[in-house]
Ligand binder design. Structure first.
Ligand code: GLU
Length: 465
């Protein structure tokens, strides 16, 4: 088997999106599973859309997730040339020139307006989708000469007639598109910049990329890319097109949808455990053969099997994401969490706090929110207490004992026996009356963390009502 080389090739147009992160992760897992190399390179030729710091931000977010490329603009392997397209313009130009020389590409002198006219005429003729017609434009030799000198032309690939471009998609099986359904397309724009389809083929070829996993929006690009490989006589990599990620309603995720956190940066800022996000992303369009769900990076690498990439869209389920996050939070050491929450309390208290609350907290942010109820305790309980009798008995049982976790538990148990109440009827009134919250972790511990003084002050206040 040839050496596995995969790549993630973002445009530096903004933060790392969930979709991009998933593509990067699958390529990374694929490479690592087969002891191959994972490459990060940059598609930065759309100058107007590039943002300052875009490359760095992509790399930093990937690193936060635990995805470190083996090669990148910062760690190039000189054998493969530059890792930013903007640094390869002369290479693309030279290769385009080669295609012109051997008749696989030609200069197209149409202006924007003329092209628009062609479009319009083809539409009026009832053609479903536009095909460029190289013979449409009739201009004088002088005009052609003028446009040539002013470099007012783009370069198009000349497609052979009626040729099938087919590939065995790693996710979807055989796909085939006929050249007559594509039409000659632009490979270099009049500004001398290559188009995406051209540059990506050159890059994949020069970097000896063996497998390409990418989003399904690229399926229509693949036959064009195969046509370019064909024109050069190069061997293409194997392609796999991942299915889309949808929201819970089954609609494709839109970057504009503000109700969902869609950028890795958001999760990082909220203090989600990075390993949980990696685990969650891995299951957006892939499952492990043994149906295991919780997997750290090493396990994911060991188990990743491209045969198990999903053929149906994957739902982005934030509740599931939080479930993953909680599972990972539990395994973070108390010491590490204490460092992150900035609590002014004593170490022993902090230790009990994080140990208690990390069982049900998905992020550092939620843990800090939990801490707030202790640092700035509420003055009043604005919750309805269904059973005051439960609170009263609990109070009596608690005040006769030394205030510690064990005894708080005893007081709860005694209340249960005395009143013959259990479950919600027992816990809710006690929880609300002591913590002023409806939800929380293990009750006795949550109560203990408030300290005797505050707990009795609250209980007294409530019993007097
Ligand atoms: N820059 C392209 C994208 O982000 C890369 C496409 C490809 O993987 O070929 O979608």
């Amino acid at each position: 088997m040839k050496t596995i080389r995969t790549r993630y090739a973002p445009s530096p147009t903004g933060y790392l999106h969930i979709g991009g992160a998933r593509t990067a992760l699958f390529n990374y897992l694929f490479a690592k599973h087969f002891n191959g190399t994972f490459v990060f390179r940059l598609e930065d030729t759309d100058v107007a859309r590039n943002v300052v710091g875009g490359e760095e931000s992509q790399l930093n977010n990937l690193a936060w997730l635990g995805i470190i490329p083996d090669e990148s603009p910062l760690k190039p392997n000189s054998k493969y040339g530059a890792y930013r397209q903007s640094e390869k313009l002369p290479i693309y130009q030279k290769l385009v020139e080669e295609l012109i020389q051997n008749g696989h590409a030609y200069k197209a002198y149409d202006s924007e307006e003329e092209l628009a006219m062609q479009h319009k005429q083809s539409e009026e003729a009832g053609v479903a989708s536009f095909r460029y017609n190289p013979n449409w434009l009739q201009i004088s030799n002088e005009e052609k000469q003028r446009r040539e000198e002013a470099k007012e032309y783009s370069i198009r690939l000349k497609l052979p007639a009626n040729k099938d471009y087919a590939w065995n998609d790693l996710v979807r099986g055989k796909i085939s598109v006929n050249s007559d359904d594509i039409g000659d397309f632009v490979i270099m724009k009049s500004d001398g910049y290559p188009t995406y389809n051209f540059a990506v083929v050159v890059d994949d070829h020069q970097m000896e990329i063996s497998h390409v996993l990418r989003g399904e929006e690229h399926i229509t690009n693949t036959p064009k890319q195969l046509a370019i490989y064909d024109a050069f006589g190069w061997e293409p990599p194997l392609f796999g097109h991942l299915t889309i990620i949808t929201n819970m309603e089954g609609k494709k995720l839109s970057k504009r949808d503000k109700t969902l956190k869609q950028f890795i940066e958001d999760y990082k800022n909220e203090g989600y455990p990075a390993a949980a996000i990696m685990n969650f992303l891995a299951l957006l369009g892939w499952t492990s053969g043994d149906k295991q769900e919780l997997m750290n990076r090493e396990e994911l690498i060991a188990k990743f099997d491209p045969e198990r990439l999903s053929k149906s869209p994957s739902k982005f389920d934030i509740i599931k994401m939080d479930w993953f996050a909680k599972q990972y939070m539990k395994n973070i050491s108390n010491e590490e969490l204490i460092k992150k929450i900035n609590s002014p309390k004593e170490h022993e208290w902090n230790e009990l706090f994080v140990e208690t609350y990390k069982q049900s907290s998905p992020t550092i942010s939620t843990l800090k929110k939990d801490l707030e109820i202790y640092l700035n305790p509420k003055e009043n309980c604005d919750l309805e207490l269904e059973r005051l009798d439960v609170v009263k008995v609990f109070y009596k049982e608690l005040i006769s004992r030394e205030f510690n976790i064990e005894n708080i538990q005893k007081a709860i148990d005694e209340t249960k026996t005395i009143l013959n109440v259990k479950g919600r009827d027992l816990f809710m009134p006690i929880r609300k009356a002591t913590t002023f919250e409806e939800h929380g972790p293990e009750l006795a511990k949550a109560i203990y963390l408030f300290g005797a003084e505050l707990v009795f002050k609250r209980l007294n206040g409530i019993i007097k009502i």
